[in-house]
Design a protein around this ligand. Structure first.
Ligand code: C5P
Length: 237
């Protein structure tokens, strides 16, 4: 990797958290003394190997300025959200391009994942050293997985080759922009960044991470995240 290549965080935070069902979007709920989103942003802003980050916010979002300690931070840019996560990420790339080069690595990380461990981020950055495509944090699936049709099992899928795709997911800015534009041109709404790159025929690397890097989706996830953060204080990395 050439020494001038930098790493940037991109935090899509323009979702409304429909499945969570709170009046405040889940990324702004309080968790261990700060909003959920600030845990995600801190992982990048406070990492010495990351040059800065962009947060992608809903167009009507007044919460960021009200509650985030990073609103106004010089290393944190803002971009407007889109209809789906992939559109929000695409907008974030445009904003990042003011400061970042096409060859720079962009680490896309959900605002709703507040428990990213420094050690897992370090391992992901390490994996990028000799990685031609890109890489994502992921966890092997422990449960047996069923495909369903009309509420009945149609198939049991062998789990040995299955992983849960987590974030961050890291790709070079130029490649990720091309991949997301390609997916959109095919009318495909991809639910993670790696899927867009896979559609170009490329194979991102999986980097195993701790299973506590959960995405807050339902109300019961919030106390679980609080528990994980407490545990991480006691056993960091
Ligand atoms: O909805 P889900 O939890 O899968 O969203 C993952 C991340 O993408 C969240 O941080 C959410 O705020 C963000 N998102 C976005 N723009 C959208 C939808 C989701 O930035 N239109």
């Amino acid at each position: 990797m050439s020494p001038h290549v930098r790493h940037w965080g991109l935090i899509p935070a323009a979702g409304v958290g429909r499945r969570f069902g709170a009046t405040v979007p889940k990324q702004y709920l309080a968790l261990a003394g700060r909003p959920v989103i600030d845990h995600a942003v801190a992982a990048f802003v406070e990492h010495p190997g990351v040059a800065g980050c962009v947060v992608v916010l809903g167009r009507e979002d007044g919460w960021w300025a009200d509650v985030s300690a990073y609103a106004g931070h010089p290393d944190v840019l803002r971009a407007p959200g889109g209809a789906e996560r992939c559109h929000s990420v695409r907008n974030g790339l445009d904003a990042l391009a003011q400061r970042a080069a096409d060859d720079d690595w962009v680490l896309v990380h959900d605002a709703a994942r507040p428990c990213l461990r420094r050690g897992d981020l370090d391992r992901l950055l390490e994996a990028l050293h000799d990685e031609p495509v890109g890489a994502l944090l992921a966890v092997p699936i422990a449960d047996t997985v069923k495909r369903a049709v009309d509420g009945q099992v149609s198939e049991t899928i062998p789990r040995s080759a299955l992983w849960r795709a987590y974030t961050p997911q890291a790709f070079r800015l130029g490649l990720l922009r091309r991949a997301l534009d390609h997916a959109e041109s095919q009318d495909l709404v991809v639910t993670d960044d790696a899927s867009a790159v896979e559609l170009l025929g490329m194979r991102p690397a999986l980097v195993e991470c701790s299973a506590d890097n959960i995405k807050i989706t339902r109300p019961e996830d919030l106390p679980l995240a609080a528990f994980f953060l407490e545990q991480q204080q006691e056993t960091p990395c």
